[in-house]
Design a protein around this ligand. Structure first.
Ligand SMILES: Nc1nc2c(ncn2[C@@H]2O[C@H](COP(=O)(O)OP(=O)(O)OP(=O)(O)O)[C@@H](O)[C@H]2O)c(=O)[nH]1
Length: 370
């Protein structure tokens, strides 16, 4: 896995990359962390309550990230699961957003949780309504400060079916305050919550379909599930292994379905999904350079939030997967190509200002022999 080299003026040394597969191989058990994000009031605490009270027999810890005055309030809103779940630990991270000031306390909290004698099965991390999940993903996906057995399982974004359209249209032309978009763009699962508040009429299902289509236009890799009070199948929340390079069946099915969503109906700078294909084998080092120019050097002014795909690499009989969250990326062999496979390159990008033809042409240049 690769992250950009540190900038000279950076106060804090950025995380060094580690191979997630090394962690998986070396440790006997790994605790998955589900990041729960969503706009203010969308239903994040409701989701945590639901999971804690469900009958799954797992030991779950909850980490809450709250701003100054809210401390203790959020905790009081969540009841500790007198059903099947055992809440092993509450950790409240105060004074600042996880993305910046409390990164170190997050790392510390995770370390403390997994070093406890009794093993945990899962950790839920609720972010504040305004948090941008990207830095969390980088801490959890690869941070070498995390020596323990913790890994990002998935990012769940809860959206409010009644207010989503308004939230998206409010921010459509604003690049300064686009949390609702950002949170959807990063999501592995989007819970379309509060569907009971969409007026019941013969048109209600059309309204929900339109909302799903809006979400799909931003992020066509996310699994979308409708809910009332976040009452969803637990397989949507726990053990999704969305960042596990070896767990590619789900990625393959997502890629099969995926198409580029036309940007025509959206503002130029909107978030969108696009997909590029290439039938020729590609040179791995050229692909890395191509990606680093886009993600690290921002050479083409594209704002890539998420990227997932499969690659057919020259001189390799292995299907490779490619994943990126902001500037961190990983290209790893996943399994041997099989006879029934169609060995193409297929990459889905989620972000803003994406230039489909430029991405495609530059990627095509990676097919030439060195
Ligand atoms: N009608 C209805 N109300 C819901 C649903 N889900 C949650 N609520 C209510 O919506 C309100 C906000 O839910 P929370 O779970 O606190 O939302 P949150 O995202 O944690 O809120 P913040 O922490 O403020 O960002 C609460 O009063 C919930 O009871 C739903 O599906 N339908």
């Amino acid at each position: 896995m690769k992250s950009p080299p540190p900038m000279d003026d950076e106060e804090e040394t950025p995380p060094l990359a580690v191979e997630i597969s090394d962690i998986n191989d070396a440790k006997e058990y790994v605790v998955g962390v589900t990041v729960i994000t969503g706009y203010l009031g969308a239903g994040k605490s409701t989701l945590i309550n639901y999971v804690l009270n469900a009958q799954h027999g797992k030991k779950i810890a909850v980490i809450l990230n709250e701003f100054g005055e809210e401390i203790g309030v959020e905790r009081a809103m969540i009841n500790d699961g007198n059903g099947g779940a055992l809440v092993e630990e509450w950790v409240e991270l105060a004074n600042g957003c996880v993305c910046c000031t409390v990164k170190h306390s997050l790392v510390q909290a995770l370390e403390q949780l997994v070093q406890r004698k009794e093993r945990l099965d899962h950790i839920l991390l609720e972010t504040t309504g305004l948090a941008n999940p990207a830095p969390l993903a980088s801490v959890l996906w690869l941070d070498d400060q995390l020596e323990s057995e913790v890994k990002l399982d998935s990012i769940i974004t809860v959206v409010d079916a009644k207010n989503l359209r308004l939230q998206l249209s409010e921010h459509r032309d604003s690049s300064s305050f686009p949390e609702a978009f950002t949170q959807i763009a990063f999501a592995d699962v989007v819970i379309l919550n509060k569907v009971d508040l969409v007026p019941q009429s013969p048109m209600a299902s059309d309204v929900l379909k339109e909302l799903e289509s809006d979400i799909y236009k931003i992020n066509s890799l996310a699994t979308i599930v409708r809910s009332v009070r976040c009452n969803v199948d637990l397989s949507m929340i726990l053990d999704r292994r969305a960042y596990d390079a070896k767990h590619i069946a789900h990625l393959e099915s997502l890629l099969k379905e995926n198409q580029s969503v036309s940007a025509n109906s959206l503002h130029d700078h909107s978030f969108r999904t696009l997909c590029i294909y290439e039938e020729q084998q590609v040179d791995l080092s050229k692909v890395e350079l191509w990606l680093e120019e886009i993600l690290w050097e921002k050479k083409y002014n594209m704002d890539v939030y998420r990227c997932k795909g499969i690659l057919n690499i020259l001189n390799s009989d292995q299907l490779h997967t490619i994943q990126a969250v902001r500037e961190i990326y990983e290209i790893v062999p996943a399994r041997k190509w099989q006879q029934h496979d169609n060995p193409i390159n297929k990459i889905v990008f989620i972000g803003r200002n994406l230039n489909e033809s430029l991405l495609r042409d530059l990627f095509r240049a990676c097919t030439l022999m060195p």
